[in-house]
Ligand binder design. Structure first.
Ligand code: SAM
Length: 371
């Protein structure tokens, strides 16, 4: 038997260290996981719900930020508690995260963190040589990235994903509702690639106004040496205009890309990866297709989200969120926060129900969750 008190084998539920609440929900000790057997290893943190774009498929354009931003130190404390439970990947998002003051310093702090569990779920002790730096990524609209790519890289950021929904400037401005936005974003993508924040991923949500750009995006990936990922539009918009029929499906995208040049399948990066990956027959360019509506991947979901106001969301489509920050503010210890996170995550939804007759819109839209 293992005599090191810091070691817990993943998979064996430690009955003496279960955490329960007044409603009798039990969650096992060891690496963070849910009751469906999924290890929770990816944390997405929204650091503001302000955004400098008003993308037509995301925002009405009339609503501003709703939440007070928390002190960076408080996000860091909550993140450290998550990391102590087995989080290995961090993604900073928003709103628009590059609007948030103190972001570079926050990344510097995050770069000091080390993993708490081995890949097969054995707990590591503080200072353990097997502990690794976390994978730190950022999702941004790229408008301010040109000036921030180098400082973010120097602070310890590993990768960026830039959201860009058209490759021609006029269409792009019609989507973002910000003049000359395309030039800023293109400069941001190039700066990120040049300082080594790669492979740079460019995410494009297809929705009516930009479906004609699929072929141009393929050329963009090949020319700019970035990974282009098409994402099915989800029911997370402010104006409640989503309809199943408007979603451009994986099958249609594949058919149109194949007409550009024959596609070649690439193997998935990880089981919990969201994208089907392709290159072309000459090996130039990479395309990902993320199809949460037509091909859901909930069975391998390893994600949890922390909103800019400090609430845990167990699924993008959750009907409620869980007030971690409230517990911190009321003086909760790290152990209290750990126990709360375990209980909340144990009850993570098995899957979403987008497009099904019983589907209920989630309690928040994308800009206030953090995609
Ligand atoms: N401002 C940053 C950005 O533009 O990437 C981060 C936040 S934004 C909400 C994150 C991502 O969500 C963007 O790639 C955006 O295109 C995507 N998004 C917004 N609404 C969406 C929806 N209804 N369905 C799918 N993706 C959506």
């Amino acid at each position: 038997m293992d005599t090191n008190p810091h070691l817990h084998a993943f998979g064996s539920i430690d009955m003496d260290h279960r955490h329960s609440n007044a409603r009798g929900v039990f969650a096992p000790a060891g690496r963070l996981r849910d009751s469906h057997g999924r290890a929770i290893t990816d944390l997405r943190i929204s650091v503001t719900d302000r955004c400098n774009y008003k993308c037509v498929y995301c925002r009405t354009g009339n609503e501003g930020a709703q939440f007070t931003e928390l002190p960076i130190e408080d996000y860091l404390r909550m993140i450290r508690v998550f990391v102590s439970l087995g989080i290995e990947k961090l993604r900073l998002t928003g709103g628009e995260p590059l609007l948030r003051s103190g972001l570079v310093e926050m990344v510097k702090e995050l770069a000091q963190l080390r993993t708490s569990y081995t890949e097969d779920g054995v707990e590591l002790f503080p200072g353990d040589p097997e502990a690794k730096p976390l994978d730190i990524a950022l999702t941004t609209n790229g408008h301010l990235l040109d000036g921030l790519a180098a400082p973010l890289k120097a602070a310890g950021l590993n990768r960026v994903t830039v959201s860009m929904d058209a490759v021609d400037p006029e269409t792009f401005t019609r989507i973002t509702r910000v003049p000359r936005s395309f030039d800023h974003v293109l400069a941001g993508i190039r700066a990120a690639r040049d300082v080594g924040l790669g492979p740079v991923k460019v995410n494009c949500v297809l929705r009516g106004f930009n479906d004609s750009q699929i072929e141009e995006f393929a050329e963009f990936s090949r020319r700019e040496n970035v990974i282009v990922r098409f994402i099915e539009w989800m029911s997370l918009e402010e104006d409640r205009s989503w309809k199943r029929e408007t979603v451009v499906t994986l099958e249609e995208i594949v058919e149109r890309l194949n007409a550009v040049r024959p596609l070649v399948d690439l193997s998935p990066k990880a089981l919990s990866g969201t994208a089907r990956r392709f290159t072309f027959d000459d090996g130039l360019g990479e395309i990902g297709i993320i199809a949460p509506v037509s091909h859901p991947f909930c069975g391998h979901c390893s994600r949890v989200r922390l909103t800019s106001d400090g609430k845990i969301r167990t699924c993008l489509f959750s009907q409620s969120d869980h007030d971690l920050y409230g517990r911190l503010r009321r003086g909760g210890s790290d152990e209290d926060l750990q126990a709360y996170i375990r209980r909340v995550m144990w009850r993570k939804e098995a899957r979403h129900h987008i497009g099904e007759p019983d589907f209920q819109k989630p309690s928040r839209n994308m800009v206030r969750i953090g995609g």
